[in-house]
Design a protein around this ligand. Structure first.
Ligand code: SAH
Ligand code: SF4
Length: 362
């Protein structure tokens, strides 16, 4: 197998696991550059040299789940738990609106009690009303019943992010407690699609025991469920989790995690073409210019953190999370410069919906 052949197979929609594994395994610097450039060309063709912002509101770190990799898992007693008030969440969203972000993402630990469901419903409704329907709303609030997804959709949310974390069921089991069921997650992704959301999923990259073959299968999984949006990022260790022992020398793996993440973004762009792909903050955690490099490898979405500084330190899913002492205003200036530097423009005041979703529904 060679580079040109594999790129051709992926670009023409004929890629199998072997082609993707080949691309994810590239080591030669020039070959890796070729992969990123080809992915960038596909992004340019389908989406343009444009980045869309989603202001990220980390609503609460209270979580009923116990995912083995996550710093805010239920069993971590060292976390100071918080939840924003309805007022604070709406205020953050309106800040995004006034600063032309176009869209927001509300993310939090998972909860499924009626009080919480109603709170989210109100927040979404109020943001819709107060922004005159102009602000796009994405939710990332974990596994819920179909009715709950429906209520939040009717309130005004139109995109939902739920990572599969790993599409390999055995690997999924390794990184979750026994009562976190893989099939439930798949059902949730189906409910979201049936409800009418633009559906986003993704995986963590560089998990213990995860091979590039697994990652190739993850990419094919995204295609098989016809995902509209992809959010993937490197797995980053958190010391207060059971997975801390899985890595002996995490630092030496950081470079590999980072490169693998870029290759995954590039392969996702080549394979899925017109979907939205996020360049995640976790990439920036491994390298200061990580998010820009993600854009150059084919991503088109950035999620600037607009959570109030007072809460940021408590929402640490992984360690070395960047910008926990910044406020939302600092993030805008910093990002704008970074994006202009690589010759892209920001789609201000636009929703930046998944072209893939629009094409499927037209
Ligand atoms: N509770 C919701 C949303 C918040 S978690 C949910 O789980 O869907 C959002 C994402 O953070 C998760 O999907 C997971 O992929 C990522 N995450 C959690 N811990 C992480 C870690 N240690 N390194 C990298 N990403 C992590
Ligand atoms: Fe909770 Fe999400 Fe972390 Fe799992 S990944 S423990 S659901 S916040």
């Amino acid at each position: 197998m060679d580079l040109e052949q594999s790129l051709f197979e992926v670009e023409t929609g004929n890629a199998g696991r072997e082609n993707l594994t080949f691309l994810l395994g590239l080591e030669d610097k020039t070959e890796k550059e070729t992969l990123y450039k080809r992915a960038y060309a596909v992004k340019e063709k389908y989406i343009g040299r444009k980045v869309y912002f989603r202001g990220l509101i980390e609503l609460s770190n209270i979580c009923q789940k116990d995912c083995c990799y996550c710093g805010v898992r239920k069993s971590n007693k060292n976390v100071q738990r918080y939840q924003m008030t309805e007022e604070q969440a709406v205020k953050s969203a309106m800040w995004s609106y006034k600063n032309s972000y176009g869209s927001i993402v509300i993310q939090a630990g998972e909860r499924a009690d009626e009080k919480y469901i109603a709170k989210i419903e109100n927040i979404v409704k109020r943001i819709k009303e107060e922004s005159g329907g102009h602000l796009g709303i994405t939710l990332s609030l974990g596994e819920q019943s179909k009715e709950t997804y429906q209520r939040w959709f009717e309130a005004g949310a139109h995109r939902y992010l739920l990572r599969i974390e790993s599409s390999n069921e055995a690997l999924y089991k390794q990184i979750h407690p026994a009562d976190h069921i893989y099939a439930d997650r798949i059902h949730c992704l189906q409910y979201l699609r049936e409800t009418g959301y633009q559906v986003g999923t993704g995986v963590m990259i560089g998990l213990p025991n995860q091979t590039i073959g697994h990652l190739a299968e993850d990419l094919l999984f995204f295609k098989s469920i016809d995902a509209d949006m992809i959010g993937m990022g490197p797995y980053i260790i958190h010391k207060e989790t059971p997975m801390v022992d899985s890595f002996v020398d995490f630092n030496s793996l950081k470079k590999r995690q980072f490169e693998l993440s870029l290759k995954m973004i590039a392969c996702a762009r080549l394979l899925l073409k017109d979907v939205n792909i996020a360049s995640t903050t976790a990439l920036q955690a491994l390298k200061a210019t990580g998010r820009e490099l993600g854009l150059l490898a084919g991503a088109n979405i950035i999620m600037p953190n607009i959570t109030d500084t007072e809460y940021r330190a408590f929402y640490q899913l992984y360690e070395d999370k960047p910008c926990i002492n910044e406020n939302a205003g600092d993030c805008i200036d910093c990002l704008q410069k970074r994006i202009e530097f690589i010759g892209e423009t920001i789609g201000l005041d636009e929703w930046g919906d998944s072209v893939h979703f629009s094409a499927r529904n037209s």
